[in-house]
Design a protein around this ligand. Structure first.
Ligand code: ADP
Ligand code: TYD
Length: 195
């Protein structure tokens, strides 16, 4: 069972992952993971995030290489042994974010990115979407990198909405504008239900 957490920068994913890792309701063998990962592929991605002049297509393939390694070496081995996995960001982040960065190069960039993944990715069973307005997200995240500006996040948000509309049964929407306690409880409830 693969569960993913998605949302804009600053929506509270890290805060919720911390809560999940110490929650009684989550089986102790659960694998907690994230994208970008902590592998050298993930490090290459982080370098690119800090580079304002990075080529958007090259960046897509860095993220996608990191995902390929993540699927092969973390996700599939856990699935094979029936171990639950919770990932902070996963392929939807690419569809939503690179769907924006590549929008000037492809007619339907979201679909282009999805098509690159489809033959080999392992889709999640459930995705918790931490729903927050772009202004609050930008404020909370401190706008520390090129992706964290409100106008950019607004476009990322519309891509997430498009993904949710296409697969409403996979997504669980959580109101991330509520207090930290409220969001944490909603996330814990949702994860307990799906696991
Ligand atoms: N529900 C909330 N209400 C107010 N502030 C929050 C809430 N959840 C998280 N924060 C704060 O917002 C900032 C970003 O949260 P974080 O969990 O790092 O988000 P993300 O991992 O999605 O970028 C942190 O300073 C965190 O303490
Ligand atoms: C996984 C992933 C992240 N990103 C972006 C989102 C973030 O701005 C940045 C780093 O992700 P992350 O470290 O999860 O940031 P945060 O905790 O603030 O949400 O990379 C993509 O553009 N595409 C992707 O596929």
């Amino acid at each position: 069972m693969l569960v993913t957490l998605e949302g804009l920068d600053g929506s509270g994913k890290t805060t919720c992952m911390d809560a999940l890792q110490s929650a009684d309701a989550v089986p102790p063998e659960t694998v907690f993971t994230r994208e970008p990962t902590t592998s050298w592929y993930g490090e290459a991605v982080r370098r690119s995030i800090q580079d304002d002049d990075a080529d958007s297509l090259a960046e897509l393939f860095l993220y996608t290489a990191d995902h390929a390694d993540h699927v092969a070496n973390t996700i599939e081995p856990a699935i094979e042994t029936g171990t639950p996995i919770i990932s902070d960001r996963y392929s939807d982040s690419r569809y939503a974010y690179q769907g924006v960065t590549l929008s000037d190069r492809f007619d339907d960039a979201v679909n282009f990115v999805k098509e690159i993944h489809e033959p080999w990715t392992r889709p999640p069973e459930a995705t918790l979407y931490l729903d927050i307005d772009p202004e609050t997200a930008a404020k909370r995240s401190g706008a520390t990198n090129k992706f964290e500006r409100a106008e950019y996040l607004e476009r990322v948000q519309s891509n997430y909405e498009r993904l949710i509309e296409a697969e409403p049964e996979r997504f669980i929407r959580i109101d991330a504008t509520q207090s930290e306690e409220h969001v944490r409880d909603a996330v814990l409830d949702a994860v307990e239900t799906v696991l």
